[in-house]
Design a protein around this ligand. Structure first.
Ligand code: OXD
Ligand code: MN
Length: 656
């Protein structure tokens, strides 16, 4: 019989068999609670023993997957997660004892995790797609140019990388088996995954971000296919954990995807984008390869519903690069009277045409993993009403009254409160209090404006698609694509100022086509073909627009107030969907005719001329930069139609 541990959870005393995890952690207090060597010896004998759940809970295929990987990783225990509240309480308590999380007593069931400072973002340079042929994964860049559209690894190298890192990597730890569904359980648009992980933080976060546990086990028992997701936070080769409460192995971190087998393997990082494998890895990288095969779209897009003052409701999907305000737009409070906005999702959209040719979207996620800094009552009051219950915060700062703090919350904390920075030190103001990529991980159903259709198994009908980014110069507030092909070109040409969501340093304008550059599961040229092919699937394609809330004036000031005022732009877009004659043609697309953007009340604050100015020099350079990017990065894989669109743009700009 395994040693049992009594753990005090918010539901009282509870029995726990997670002792192995406590043994592995460096928290002296926790380590005292068991005799580690006795435990390890015992675990050698009981390899593959279940600490929680039963083998019958898994389908035969799932059981084989778990056992094969348990043999490889050699955990002390296996725990099949049922997703219950009791299980969650025990995991939270375990993490509290390990020092991985601390409670935030100001709120209800909210926690803060502080990571190893070397593990705070997605690591794009260590993220690979494994296919036999390189050209299935990435276009061939021009000679002498480094490819920037993903990384490729041949399958045999992947096997070696996995063996090197995973053999015995879970010794002294529990392997959690996390059955999860991306999308409502049993929806025809949803996909199931099983994540094997040695991180209780990942389990607790997956419970928020996905539908996890019993209902998914029931689907598996019916024989449902699943995406295989193996994750370990790992440990450095010398075994020494610099931050025992946040084990990881930044030197050897690697995130691998094998689309041929619907398989994901992630080692060395506990940070969400690298470790919550349902999100970027499944829903976007593997998702996009499945979508290509099955004829649909897996996209880095928010989904919102907007009802105009006449009561007509439409749904819009929008692709912006990471940390460019997707969550803010998805939860926007419209400043225009009579408008109502509801949120379906803030990061990912799975979209397919139904039998009537209507594009329909689901949000495959179950929670929001939002960037905290910049979120405030002023910028996103709805998010602030969502996140102070049942939330896992990561790398935010704390206040002496038991709450959280980040840049943007200055007016929302007591002036007497002392602030502890994201590393756990008294904040000396020499750097940011919260890490710029600090996050909240919070259940979507808590959002006060969650759309009544957000879990509808068939998805919501999409009428418009928006592309956008942070463009301080040259790019107008809004413009409309001439048609679908032009819209695909606009998506392919997207550029944006870099942000803190990934490991980039400094601010530069980066190409980020479709906001998918870090998330393509296959060759971007083939992805463009796939988008172009959608034209064959429907007579009533959504209209495509480009928006830019971030244009700046000569003094560096934003020219557009943004946030709730963006409803004025959505209003114009909806009127375009209703065929209103409120657009005029320009070389880059259709922009609002003078006087047609609803500016009532803010006329004095915005300079429409500057906002919609199209400097010829800028657009010549922009077209050149896009052309160079296509030539250097996409080469022969660039669809002819996209090249033609670029030539058209150059011609029109040349005639300006
Ligand atoms: C995210 C990202 O975490 O895009 O959503 O980086
Ligand atoms: Mn994202």
């Amino acid at each position: 019989m395994k040693p049992l541990l009594l753990i005090l959870t918010k539901r009282g005393l509870s029995l726990c068999r997670f002792a192995g995890d406590l043994g592995r952690c460096g928290n002296a207090k926790a380590s005292l609670s068991l005799n580690q060597s006795a435990w390890t010896a015992q675990s050698q004998i009981r390899r593959l023993s279940l600490a929680s759940g039963q083998w019958q809970d898994l389908s035969q295929k799932a059981e084989i997957y778990v056992k094969e990987n348990a043999k490889l990783c050699q955990p002390d225990n296996i725990h099949i997660c049922d997703g219950s509240e009791e299980e969650n309480d025990q995991l939270l308590e375990l993490m509290r004892l390990q020092g991985t999380i601390i409670p935030l007593p100001k709120y209800d069931n909210c926690w803060l995790a502080r990571t190893n400072p070397a593990d705070t973002a997605r690591v794009e340079s260590k993220t690979f797609i494994c296919t036999e042929k390189r050209s299935d994964t990435i276009p061939t860049p021009k000679k002498g140019v480094k490819g920037a559209l993903g990384n490729w690894m041949p399958p045999q190298d992947m096997d070696e990388v996995v063996r090197e890192r995973f053999e015995g990597c879970m010794r002294g730890r529990t392997m959690y088996v996390v059955p999860f569904s991306m999308g409502p359980v049993a929806s025809p648009l949803s996909k199931i995954g099983i994540e094997l992980t040695d991180s209780p933080y990942v389990v607790a976060s997956m419970r928020i971000m996905t539908r996890m546990g019993r209902p998914v086990l029931a689907e598996l028992a019916k024989g449902a296919e699943f995406v295989k997701c193996l994750h370990s936070v790992g440990a450095p080769q010398d075994g020494r954990l610099e931050y025992p409460s946040w084990p990881c192995d930044p030197q050897r971190t690697v995130i691998l995807h094998k689309p041929q087998n619907d398989e994901i393997v992630s080692y060395g990082s506990g940070y969400g984008g690298n470790s919550l494998l349902g999100k970027k890895c499944l829903a976007l990288r593997i998702g996009s390869t499945i979508a290509k095969k099955e004829g649909w779209l897996a996209e880095h897009m928010l989904i919102l519903g907007i009802t105009n003052p006449e009561g007509k409701k439409r749904y819009i999907a929008a692709a912006f690069p990471s940390a460019c305000g997707k969550t803010n737009l998805a939860m926007m409070t419209p400043s225009l009277p009579g408008y109502k906005l509801e949120c379906v999702g803030d990061d990912i959209a799975w979209m397919r045409f139904d039998s009537h040719g209507q594009l329909r979207a689901i949000n495959p996620e179950n929670g929001f993993f939002g960037v905290a800094p910049g979120t405030s009552r002023a910028s996103n009051p709805i998010a602030m009403d969502t996140i102070f219950r049942n939330t896992m915060f990561t790398n935010v700062a704390t206040t002496s009254d038991g709450g959280v703090f980040w840049e943007g919350m200055e007016k929302e904390v007591s002036p007497d409160a002392e602030i502890t920075d994201w590393r756990g030190n008294k904040w000396d103001k020499s750097g940011p209090a919260a890490h710029p990529n600090s996050r909240f991980c919070t259940p979507a159903h808590q959002c006060p404006i969650i759309d009544p259709m957000w879990e509808h198994p068939e998805g919501v009908p999409i009428s418009a698609i928006l592309f956008g980014g942070r463009r301080p110069a040259g790019v107008p507030l809004v413009y409309e694509a001439r048609d679908w092909k032009h819209g695909v070109f606009i998506g392919a040409s997207m550029r944006s100022e870099s942000t803190a969501a990934a490991e980039h340093k400094g601010k530069t304008i980066m190409h980020d086509p479709f906001a998918m550059r870090p998330f393509f599961g296959y060759n971007f040229g083939h992805y463009l073909d796939h988008w172009l092919s959608m034209e064959k699937r429907s007579q009533s394609l959504p209209k495509i627009f480009h928006v830019n809330w971030f244009r700046k004036g000569s003094q560096g000031e934003f020219l557009w107030p943004g946030f709730g005022e963006n409803s004025r732009v959505l209003d114009w877009i909806l009127r375009r969907l209703d065929q209103e004659d409120c657009a005029r043609d320009t070389p880059i697309g259709l922009v609002p005719k003078p006087g047609t953007l609803a500016l009532g009340g803010i006329e004095d604050k915005v300079d429409m001329e500057q906002l919609f100015d199209l400097p010829k020099g800028f657009w010549m350079e922009e077209a050149e930069a896009i052309g160079r990017y296509f030539e250097e990065q996409v080469g022969e894989d660039l669809p002819r139609e996209v090249a033609r669109q670029l030539e058209e743009l150059k011609r029109r700009v040349g005639d300006m």
